[in-house]
Design a protein around this ligand. Structure first.
Ligand SMILES: [Zn+2]
Length: 337
């Protein structure tokens, strides 16, 4: 297992094996990952325990990471017996320009280091907002700790557009911003951070929305309780919706979405009704009284709040025969006594 060292601000380190990607792609990732949903515990360094407000900021970043991951990536927790150590002070392996840095060696340990408030860089004095009364030009330690927690999970720095217009798509950034620049105090993972966590660890549950930084194909299917009935019969349709991405994002049941049952018309497909969520994950049902032979399908339309594609199931034909009006075959009535 190789160790990886990450630096904020002016990082001169080249991470081997990281392929440049275009902006709005998910963040690049490191190859070594932790197990899904693993709890990674940390404690303060005995020789570099952060001041109280810095400890609060780092714990808050832990909570931010846990709450906004939307993936089965590990969570973080504080434990005095933890093997992973967070240090604050003057003795940090963060390079001359690093504000903070991390090292990781999954599935083993990780470490995190924060420079002391007041550190003199050649560009000026480091001020953590939490320790300095939050003047303009300060760095938000909670935001920067969230960047570091993201690195520990396996995220590398987001690749921004040349004009940085997509800066808010990621917290895991090479260059952190200072107060009051947009994004300096982001306290949730950005959509392209989440996208990579979902790709690497899977979405958290079947109802978790796929990050809009992704473009995951889907597969809708449709079946009917009967495909040959008499007019006026009730037919129950059952649809399924699954993801069709690569790796962790393949063949996942997708619950809580909107599927519509459609009927073929002379001019194309028309919505009949919205299907209800079924008892099994990723299933949807609808019941319909049918009066004529028709083709039906289930349609999932790409929502605006999710990075998945539209898909329509294959057509299911329901053949309807006329209901009997005279001389109808009749079942024998149940005898009564
Ligand atoms: Zn970073």
């Amino acid at each position: 297992m190789s160790r990886r060292l990450g630096l904020l601000l002016g990082a001169a380190l080249v991470l081997a094996g990281v392929v440049p990607v275009v902006a709005h792609d998910p963040d690049p990732t490191f190859s070594e990952l932790y197990a899904q949903n693993k709890v990674l515990q940390y404690r303060w360094s005995g020789s570099g325990t952060p001041p109280l407000d810095m400890r609060y900021a780092i714990h808050d970043a832990r909570d931010d990471a846990n709450a906004s991951r939307k993936a089965k990536s590990p969570t973080f927790d504080y434990d005095t017996a933890a093997g992973n150590v967070i240090y604050y002070g003057t003795s940090v392996p963060c390079g001359v320009n690093g504000l903070a840095c991390f090292q990781r060696d999954p599935p083993g340990w990780f470490g995190m280091w924060f420079r002391e408030n007041g550190h003199r860089f050649d560009w000026g004095t480091l001020r953590w907002c939490e320790l300095s009364g939050a003047p303009d030009g300060c760095y938000d330690a909670e935001n920067i700790a969230l960047d570091e927690f993201g690195h520990v999970l396996g995220l590398n720095h987001h690749d921004n557009f040349a004009d940085d217009s997509d800066y808010k798509d990621a917290v895991v950034q090479t260059y952190s911003r200072t107060k009051p620049r947009t994004g300096y105090n982001a306290h949730v993972f950005g959509r392209c951070d989440v996208a990579s966590l979902q790709q690497e660890y899977d979405v958290l549950t079947s109802t978790t929305l796929y990050s809009t930084c992704l473009d995951v194909p889907t597969v809708a299917t449709l079946a009917a309780s009967s495909t040959s009935v008499t007019a006026g019969a009730m037919v129950t349709f059952t649809a399924t919706l699954t993801s069709d991405g690569s790796g962790r994002l393949s063949n996942n049941a997708m619950s809580g979405r909107t599927l519509v049952l459609q009927q073929r018309t002379s001019s194309g497909w028309a919505d009949v009704l919205t299907m209800s969520g079924g008892s099994a994950a990723g299933t949807y049902t609808a019941s319909l009284t049918v009066r004529s032979t028709q083709d039906y399908r289930a349609l999932f339309r790409k929502p605006t709040n999710e990075g998945v594609r539209t898909d329509a199931s294959g057509a299911v034909s329901i053949t309807v025969s006329a209901a009997c009006t005279s001389l109808c075959p009749q079942s024998a009535p149940t005898p009564t006594r």
